[in-house]
Ligand binder design. Structure first.
Ligand SMILES: NC(=O)c1ccc[n+]([C@@H]2O[C@H](COP(=O)([O-])OP(=O)(O)OC[C@H]3O[C@@H](n4cnc5c(N)ncnc54)[C@H](O)[C@@H]3O)[C@@H](O)[C@H]2O)c1
Length: 336
């Protein structure tokens, strides 16, 4: 099977790892990728810029003329491939942006829908929609093995925090995806990732790089008050991308529905800070608390039976191994 991929947000954490996993030695696949560098840089895909199987464009999902160019290029290449697959990774993602209602809406909802329309107009075979576990909002865990895709949701609303606007937008994209499949226009699915991390985040503001960089620079960590109780699972971007590709390769799974993608290795944020410190040779790290984030669930535990049953996906990178790679990279100061 020879596939032509069109990947938005390709220099981001998920996109650049997809390039690595798709363009393995001998692969006959090709990728048209674009990114506007809102939260990334060309460095993450530099190794592939000379590879004729990868074409990069500094384009914006919200600029119709640039997206039309991507569509024309995909159409021209399409006859040489068995499948045309669209993967939407572009999004306004980071927690600090969740509160920017219009920015998240424009890119994450309107931009996603336009990208899906383009895939449909080209008669692409598949569309993968990156959604988020944030949609579980205040019901992000249960005592029975984690929340399931079919669980009803209790969301924080504007009475509580603008933060949920990000999740509400992503939730809407899941309906676009389902509608497109139900009406026979394309095959595809939505994925709810939980807390993805990578050893080479360009703007290391997520909790893992934040902890490592704080310990490195100051020998202490200042966490939000929420972290006195919060627990999370963490998904290495190797595993988030292998889940995307497992779904691409499993036609029967692409029924328009949703897949949780996460690990079940739960750790409190305090223990995460202690574990990072221990790995960095810092004993008894100073951990302080300041600030509070409203509507931040205490736990986020996802049930992943659905993807594990329908595809061959299992997470391969345990937290300890993933942290070792992060620490090695950040301490070397060469995070891309
Ligand atoms: N990182 C996580 O923990 C996490 C969790 C749940 C869901 N997700 C979802 O996974 C997907 C990928 O996220 P990621 O972790 O790779 O985040 P990321 O920020 O590393 O990557 C997103 C990329 O999109 C690009 N982008 C933003 N706006 C754009 C625009 N208008 N045009 C073109 N490119 C644009 C950014 O520059 C960035 O490179 C997103 O849809 C995100 O919502 C991520």
């Amino acid at each position: 099977m020879k596939r032509l991929y069109v990947i938005s947000g390709v220099t981001g954490m998920t996109g650049n790892e997809l390039v690595r996993q798709i363009l393995t030695d001998g692969s006959a696949d090709k990728i048209l990728g674009f990114d506007n560098f809102f939260a990334s840089s060309i460095e993450t895909v530099r190794d592939y810029l000379q590879d004729e199987r990868f074409e990069f464009f500094e384009y914006d999902l919200n600029k119709p003329d640039q997206m039309a160019d991507i569509g024309r290029r995909a159409a021209a290449l399409q006859p040489g491939y068995d499948e045309l697959v669209y993967i939407n990774c572009a999004a306004v993602v980071h927690t600090e942006h969740f509160y920017h209602v219009y920015a998240t809406f424009d890119t994450n909802v309107t931009g996603m829908n336009a990208f899906l329309r383009q895939a449909i107009s080209l008669k692409a075979q598949k569309f993968i929609n990156c959604s988020t576990s944030e949609v579980y909002s205040m019901n992000s865990w249960n005592a029975h093995g984690g929340v399931k895709e079919s669980d009803y949701i209790t969301m924080a609303v504007a009475e509580h925090s603008q933060r949920t606007s990000y999740a509400a937008g992503k939730l809407m994209t899941e309906f676009f995806m389902k509608d497109a499949v139900d009406t026979g226009k394309i095959r595809g699915c939505s994925i709810r990732f939980a807390n993805v991390y990578s050893h080479n985040e360009r703007f290391p503001k997520h909790i893992i790089p934040f902890i490592i960089n704080s310990l490195k620079d100051t020998g202490k960590v200042v966490l939000l008050e929420n972290s006195r109780v919060n627990k999370r699972t963490f998904l290495n971007n190797y595993d988030s991308c292998s889940a995307v590709l497992a779904l691409v390769q499993t036609d029967s799974a692409l029924d328009g529905t949703i897949y949780n993608v996460a690990t079940d290795e739960e750790i409190s944020i305090i223990d995460l800070a202690k574990l990072c410190a221990e790995k960095m040779g810092i004993h008894d790290p100073v951990i302080e608390f300041s600030g509070y984030r409203a509507s931040d669930p205490e736990r986020r535990l996802l049930n992943t039976d659905k993807i594990r049953t329908r595809t061959s996906w299992v997470p391969k990178v345990d937290l300890s191994t993933g942290l070792d790679a992060c620490i090695k990279n950040y301490l070397a100061g060469d995070a891309e």
